[in-house]
Design a protein around this ligand. Structure first.
Ligand SMILES: Cc1cc2nc3c(=O)[nH]c(=O)nc-3n(C[C@H](O)[C@H](O)[C@H](O)COP(=O)(O)OP(=O)(O)OC[C@H]3O[C@@H](n4cnc5c(N)ncnc54)[C@H](O)[C@@H]3O)c2cc1C
Length: 544
């Protein structure tokens, strides 16, 4: 009997599948990095996050961007953002999963790694919701340094209830945190901030101040509180600013406009002004940068995790497409050149995932000095490299889907538009590379921890040994280091990725060394040497 098909030779949607169990690389990484006990939980997350309903919610939240309501119909200030119900449903599920603060609420062994894996799965589906979740994840350790000042806040931040009601913190069942650093005249160089903070009485941590000024980027403005940088008498300082005052009145900051963004459309990013806004000092006066950077370390980890997740979903969609689509008499997956493209994409995905997961392990070992030192340098390395590779992977995956790849209805376009963002915010590419140089120059322990890690890959492979030898000489040469910082960071990232693959005997190690270590800087995808087991790499990214 002839099949009646409207659209012959088109794949079915890649939905209703287990995002975790279908991804051997992530399954292995979870166990390897110390969170094997969370396997069942991750398998459960993988099934629940991979449903057609979740994909549809993500699409709806991004097709119906938030709307700013500055005034009510009588002209009273509202300063609220209205979201599509899909956004709230996604936020409800994300918070219920503990993806925002789970490791702080339950600091068990492997908690940050397990969360990293789950967060990566979430990143495959929706990314706007990850903005407030990530900022809350990073803010908790900062606020926890002043437990008495934030006694009402901390339990609500650790809660698994998404409470979108605009109420003072005492009446809420759950809460989320945003942050404000960037001003019109400077984002990377926050020392240029002009927003002023004046003590309302005695000064010092936990004391009341008043903020006057603005922030040019202020994402997720419906959060319940914000960490904000401003100039106090003692210098640039960090403040906690609640959205509502204890009596329920709006704090004195005004939402002026929402950004019209390339991607990340489900999430609101606003411009704000403060007029005598109430806030309290976090950390000491003049300690604004180190205080907010403590948050920044976690958000940068999440940038790496998030980009690895988006990148992997693009690769999975490309592989799936080729398993169903025929051209010139054969399935695309059986065309030798397409197999090379898919295998190369899968290899990039594997390298991103092992790096992000290894980095997450350094966050689980908070008391281990060598892991802390490694975290210091590996965080900007991973943030830089994984975020930089993501748009390239997304673009290639889009092409694998042919014309359908370029269409908004498909799975890649939104993800492609999302990919540059993680590279820009929370320390843009150059800023990350300069941070790598700073860590290596100022923290000998970080340099040692990195050298130890690279050493673990040394031994059998002469190409890797030579690469690392040259890299160490490159690091020892400080001439024109700033101008070379991107090359240094890229080489470090590739060496660390290779070291992890070699140390753990990944079947991807040989292809990685041949294509990224032995043959110069990585170029376009689909240029692996012909001896590589293409199929072996592909099934590690998406099992059939
Ligand atoms: C969607 C979105 C949401 C955001 N949300 C927030 C938010 O919630 N809160 C917040 O505070 N900010 C937020 N930001 C702002 C973001 O963090 C900044 O845009 C970013 O830090 C860069 O700052 P800038 O835009 O002022 O650029 P600049 O600081 O002017 O930098 C421009 C370029 O110069 C490079 N550069 C800077 N210094 C050097 C140097 N010394 N050497 C070489 N190159 C250098 C940078 O890498 C960058 O590429 C958001 C941005 C976006 C796009």
């Amino acid at each position: 009997m002839t099949e009646l098909l409207d659209a012959p030779n088109q794949p079915r949607e890649l939905v209703d599948y287990n995002l975790f169990t279908s991804h051997p690389v992530l399954v292995e990484a979870l166990a390897r990095e110390g969170a094997g006990a969370a396997h069942e939980h991750l398998a459960d997350c993988g099934a629940r996050f991979g449903t057609a309903e979740m994909f549809a919610l993500a699409d709806a939240a991004n097709r119906n961007p938030p709307v700013l309501k500055t005034l009510d119909r009588f002209g009273n200030r509202r300063d609220e953002v209205e979201f599509h119900p899909a956004w709230h449903e996604l936020m409800r599920r994300l918070v219920a999963e503990g993806l925002h603060t789970g490791p702080w609420a339950h600091p068990t062994s492997g908690a940050h790694v397990a969360r990293a894996a789950a967060y990566m799965l979430w990143a495959e589906i929706e990314n706007g919701t990850q903005c407030p979740a990530t900022m809350t994840y990073g803010a908790v350790p900062v606020l926890a340094r002043q437990p008495n000042d934030f006694a009402e806040w901390l339990p609500r931040l650790l809660s698994r209830e998404y409470d979108l009601r605009q109420l003072p913190i005492s009446a809420k069942r759950g809460a989320l945190i945003g942050m404000g650093m960037t001003e019109k005249q400077g984002g990377s160089d926050v020392r240029a901030n002009t927003t002023r903070a004046d003590a309302a009485g005695p000064s010092g941590p936990g004391r009341e101040y008043r903020l006057n000024g603005h922030k040019w980027f202020f994402s997720a403005p419906m959060c319940d509180g914000f960490l904000v940088l401003a100039q106090a008498e003692g210098g640039l300082s960090c403040f906690f600013m609640p959205r509502l005052l204890p009596d329920g009145a709006l704090n004195s900051f005004r939402l002026l406009r929402l950004k019209d963004k390339l991607g990340n459309r489900s999430n609101a990013s606003s411009e704000v002004e403060f007029q005598d806004a109430y806030c309290v000092l976090v950390g000491g006066e003049g300690r604004g940068v180190p205080t907010i950077l403590e948050m920044g370390v976690y958000t940068r980890l999440d940038n790496a995790i998030g980009s690895a997740g988006i990148l992997h979903q693009c690769v999975a969609q490309a592989i799936h497409h080729c398993r169903y689509r025929r051209a010139f008499g054969r399935l695309l997956i059986d065309q030798p050149l397409m197999r090379n493209v898919l295998a190369d994409l899968a290899l990039e995905s594997e390298a991103a995932i092992v790096l992000a997961m290894r980095l997450a392990r350094a966050f689980d070992r908070q008391d281990d000095e060598s892991e802390a030192a490694l975290r210091r340098v590996l965080t900007p390395v991973a943030k830089y490299w994984i975020c930089k590779r993501a748009p390239l992977v997304a673009a290639e995956a889009m092409e694998v889907l042919g014309g359908n790849g370029y269409v908004e209805e498909g799975p890649i376009a939104r993800r492609y538009r999302e990919t540059p963002l993680n590279s820009i915010w929370e320390g843009s590419g150059n800023v990350m590379c300069l941070d790598v140089l700073r860590a290596l120059a100022r923290e000998p322990q970080a340099r040692d921890a990195l050298a130890d890690m690279l050493q673990k890959g040394r031994g059998g492979d002469a190409r890797y040994n030579q690469y690392v030898g040259a890299l160490l000489s490159q690091l020892a040469d400080s001439s024109d280091a700033e101008a070379r910082a991107r090359r240094i960071t890229e080489n470090l990232a590739l060496a660390v990725q290779a070291a992890i693959l070699i140390e753990h005997g990944s079947p991807a190690a040989e292809a990685f060394i041949a294509s990224r270590i032995a043959s110069g800087a990585p170029g376009v995808f689909g240029t692996l040497p012909t001896g590589v087991n293409f199929q072996g790499l592909i099934v590690r990214a998406l099992s059939p």
